[in-house]
Design a protein around this ligand. Structure first.
Ligand code: C2E
Ligand code: MG
Ligand code: MG
Length: 671
């Protein structure tokens, strides 16, 4: 590059404003002073587009602000300018290849006679970014090699040393191309971020006889620092970009991006795209029982199954803990969308083998169709979700298409959910107590505490509505803790007044599976002072079936405290008598649905054998839901031990319960 020897005469020929900036000092130099600085100037660049550099005296565009750069041979020269230029480029978020190109080019200017390549470590290979000579074969030959291999990266791990190519075995495959590029030596060092992560290498190539790096240590350090900074920032931006669009766990799109993509699809579509919302029914239990590690793995596997079942034009996103959304831009109509969704459901419902566990879940689906006129991608997503919730309520694992009637149902549910969140803090929960009687003596045998919720505006809400909702949104844990405490406190009051009443407290599977129940029961007994043998926990089969061994271990611990267990709702689930033998339960509660079916006759022998077997296992049998005298006589004849039902006593508040059943004459003769 030609040096500007006669500044004033060269500058006179430039049609740009009559002042320039000295890049080294940052000073604006007046035109007539340029000559003084000119001895150190080699070329100029148009500010704001530093890539366009002109050997002086090329003519920049009229009106351009010209920056003069010092000789590269000057100690430290060019570095400040280069640093500023790279920082500016980074601040402007210029593309990485542009920044590294500038850096390599600036480095070549600062180290005359040296070729500079910055290698970026991407997915295990080194991507080459070059400076001024991208055209020759060197870059192409070295681009995309893996670090560490014998031939792949000859500069690695020879860090910070000059290597003569002919003497390094690793260079053998590249000697020809290196010689053609006039290169005989190489220097390389790792680029390391502030956090210590290797992100690439800075590699310098020199002619065979050059010793151009002598005394350049500071410069090399600075170049390495700049290159590492550029790569680090690029990496961070990529990560931010990823986070802004992707679900980090599964790598599929996130909700925001799903909306954006659906918006794009809606804008360019001629037929309405279908939106399928899929919920992994049963995922929460897997998560609760087997832990978050297995839960996360399950979600990743589910995402992979969906991904591999979709067309390239389809979009897949995760929009909630266990909710996926699939956008199908090309389905012909409802029938085809239903077919695709059913296929996805089947894929998600196939058995999972994770961490030594065989896991079976199902998928519930809802489908909506985006409205081309209205656009509104989030509305389409919401409608698909409403359809999915409606399917979930009617039959988990089923599929429904959106219809406008769902809108009001879903809104109701959302309102109820909000109200339920306030139930405990606003003191709207309370307990009712239902008596249980001994069939042999007619005496009060105990009671069951049943949770009630009275919302001031809605009124009394059925447990069949609010308990499953509380389980779904995680409120069952505080509710359960409160219920246990309140029931024990009440039973302790009755005990204090001379009535040792066994109290049954329902325990949700979720409470049981969090693993905290032992501590909770222990603490509640301690704080209320209730004798442990007056407390009975009612659990259902579903609470223990998933991990029987862990459940039994937990039950045994609770039992050691003196607390007993009843197996609730027997006859509605899998009702295996085989494992009853292994369960530390004292009481079997036969569900009232069993009783209703028994009215029609054929179940009587089964009930009889259940009662006999339970007795053999030393279990007490109680039948729930006795409403008629006939039923009563029937179960008495079958040898049942206890009854609970509206016939002899409905659930009621503590005061009424005490008046009705705890009076001295509370023994009723049933014989
Ligand atoms: P469950 O534990 O099986 O409770 C017995 C249910 O049967 C109660 O319904 C009770 O009112 C009802 N019942 C008793 N006798 C009769 C009868 O003769 N006829 C009819 N038709 N029903 C009868 P409730 O109070 O509506 O509770 C429903 C379910 O909600 C309970 O079934 C239990 O699973 C759950 N639940 C209630 N309280 C709690 C609680 O504190 N915690 C948890 N986790 N679940 C609770
Ligand atoms: Mg119960
Ligand atoms: Mg029950």
């Amino acid at each position: 590059m030609a040096a500007l020897n006669n500044g004033s005469s060269e500058f006179d020929r430039f049609p740009f404003p009559a002042w320039v900036e000295d890049a080294r000092t940052g000073e604006v130099v007046a035109r007539n002073q340029c000559a003084k600085a000119a001895g150190r100037l080699t070329h100029c660049a148009v500010k704001g587009s530093r890539l366009r550099r002109f050997p002086l005296p090329a003519i920049p565009a009229p009106g351009a602000l010209v920056v003069m750069e010092p000789y590269p041979g000057d100690p430290g020269c060019g570095m400040e300018e280069l640093r500023n230029r790279i920082h500016e480029a980074l601040a402007r978020h210029e593309p990485l290849h542009t920044v590294l190109h500038q850096l390599a080019q600036g480095s070549e200017d600062a180290l005359p006679g040296v070729r500079v390549l910055v290698f970026q470590l991407v997915d295990g290979v080194l991507r080459a970014h070059s400076g001024a000579h991208p055209g020759d074969g060197l870059v192409a030959a070295l681009d995309g090699l893996a670090p560490g291999g014998p031939a792949a990266a000859p500069w690695w791990p020879l860090r910070g040393e000059i290597v003569r190519l002919g003497q390094s075995g690793g260079w053998a495959p590249f000697l020809l191309v290196a010689h053609a590029a006039g290169i005989g030596q190489c220097w390389s060092d790792l680029l390391v971020t502030a956090a210590g992560e290797v992100v690439g290498t800075l590699t310098l190539f020199l002619p065979a006889d050059a010793s151009a790096l002598e005394g350049r240590c500071r410069k090399l350090e600075e170049l390495k620092h700049l290159a590492a900074l550029a790569l680090e920032q690029h990496h961070l931006l990529e990560e931010l970009y990823f986070l802004a669009q992707r679900d980090t766990l599964t790598g599929v799109w996130n909700r925001t991006q799903a909306c954006r993509l659906l918006g794009q699809v809606l804008a360019g579509a001629s037929i309405p795209p279908a939106v399928v919302c899929l919920e992994l029914t049963g995922f929460h239990r897997v998560h609760a029982i087997l832990g978050s590690g297995i839960g996360d793995e399950l979600l990743r596997e589910a995402a992979n199954r969906l991904r591999s079942s979709l067309n390239p034009a389809d979009h897949l996103a995760r929009i909630g803990a266990d909710d996926f959304v699939v956008i199908l831009p090309d389905v012909a109509g409802e029938a085809e969308a239903v077919q695709v969704a059913a296929h996805l459901q089947a894929r998600l419902s196939a058995l999972y083998e994770i961490g030594g566990h065989s896991i079976q879940i199902s998928a519930t689906a809802g489908i909506s169709f985006g409205d081309l006129l209205e656009g509104q991608p989030d509305l389409a997503l919401r409608q698909a979700r409403m359809a999915m919730e409606s399917a979930q309520q009617s039959a988990p694992g089923s599929l429904e298409c959106f219809n406008p009637a769902m809108q009001s149902k879903s809104r109701e549910r959302m309102i109820l959910e909000d109200l339920l969140r306030n139930a405990l803090p606003h003191g709207e929960l309370f307990l009712h107590y239902q008596p249980q009687f001994c069939l042999r003596t007619g005496a009060l045998a105990g009671c069951e505490a049943l949770m009630r919720w009275r919302q001031p505006h809605v009124g009394l809400v059925s447990p069949a509505t609010f308990i499953p909702l509380a389980e779904e949104i995680g409120l069952i844990l505080p509710f359960g803790e409160w219920g246990l405490e309140e029931a024990c406190r009440q039973s302790r009051l009755w005990f204090h007044s001379g009535h040792a009443i066994r109290i049954g407290v329902n325990v949700s599977p979720y409470q049981f599976q969090t693993g905290d129940l032992v501590r909770q029961v222990e603490a509640t007994l301690a704080s209320t002072g209730l004798p442990p043998d007056l407390l009975e926990l009612e659990i259902t089969e579903s609470a223990i079936l998933n991990d029987l061994d862990a459940a039994i271990a937990q039950m045994c611990e609770i039992q050691r405290l003196g607390v007993t267990f009843a197996l609730d709702d027997f006859g509605t689930g899998q009702s295996s008598l085989a494992w009853l033998r292994d369960l530390p339960v004292q009481r079997l509660k036969i569900d009232r649905r069993f009783l209703q079916e028994m009215d029609s006759g054929p179940r009587t022998p089964i009930l009889h054998s259940i009662i006999s077997l339970a007795h053999e296992l030393h279990l007490t049998v109680i039948i729930e839901g006795i409403e008629t005298e006939d039923q009563f006589q029937h179960v008495q004849a079958l040898g049942c031990d206890e009854v609970q039902g509206f016939l002899r006593g409905k659930p009621t508040d503590a005061e009424r319960f005490a008046n009705l059943y705890l009076a001295p004459a509370a023994v009723i003769n049933y014989s």
